[in-house]
Design a protein. Sequence first.
Length: 122
Amino acid sequence: MNILILRHSAEQVILNGKRHVLEASELEHSTGYALNKKQNTQIKIGDPIYIIDKDNELAFKGTIKKKSPRKVKLNVKTETRQDFQIENLEPHIFVNVPFVKGWETHRGVKVMPVSVFSELFV
């Protein structure tokens, strides 16, 4: 089983009016994440999801209830983005999940095995 890790920036909340990480109820509908094809096939309904705000060292954990693709027009090309409905979303212990190529890469998402994720809390 895999876990989906979503970056959620407090700065983007202020600049672009995104859903606020401090309000878990708002994060139950997390939208516009760009998963690549491999990531999309690795994540299933019922898998855990971990949302982190590195700026404020906040984290929430829940379960994917629904995922749905949506086409978004960016400049001249169209990309597919994933919207998630999340259930049982609760505050969780923050851990700085490593993004191998850096925090600003991977388009805001990372998929990893639950067993590897659990080791981050030891």
